[in-house]
Design a protein around this ligand. Structure first.
Ligand SMILES: [Zn+2]
Ligand SMILES: [Zn+2]
Length: 122
């Protein structure tokens, strides 16, 4: 079940919701998979760094670099839904530092830029 869900997520080129993944796994297996159990497994992938949540899209994307811990930044296209993943450890490190200066204990900074991708803007 986990492998089927991960395969479905890895095949998506855009952030996918638990419902999208439940649909594609249900189709592939020929039997209905409940979005609730997909949701639980996706959260498990996030906590083990195999997937990242794109908060503004309420969706998930397979982690491009599961071996390293970045605070991923996503550029989310409002036209085609693509989420381009960029890393900038200096920038996210500054956000963490700023939070720490306030005595704030950060879990993770969520930095998502909403707009139009280069392809859709052309
Ligand atoms: Zn990243
Ligand atoms: Zn686009």
């Amino acid at each position: 079940m986990r492998a089927a869900i991960f395969d479905a997520l890895a095949r998506e080129d855009k952030p996918a919701s638990a419902y999208d993944i439940a649909d594609s796994v249900s189709r592939a297996r020929g039997k209905r998979v409940a979005p609730n159990s997909v949701y639980r497994i996706l959260d498990l992938f996030v906590s083990s760094n195999l997937a990242t949540r794109v908060e503004s899209a309420n969706a998930y994307i397979a982690n491009a670099h599961p071996g390293c811990l970045h605070d991923c930044i996503f550029l989310v296209c409002k036209t085609c839904g693509e989420a381009k993943h960029v890393d900038d450890d200096a920038l996210t490190g500054n956000v963490r530092k700023r939070a720490a200066n306030e005595g704030f204990v950060a879990d993770r900074p969520v930095i998502e830029v909403l707009g139009t991708c280069a392809r859709c803007a052309a």
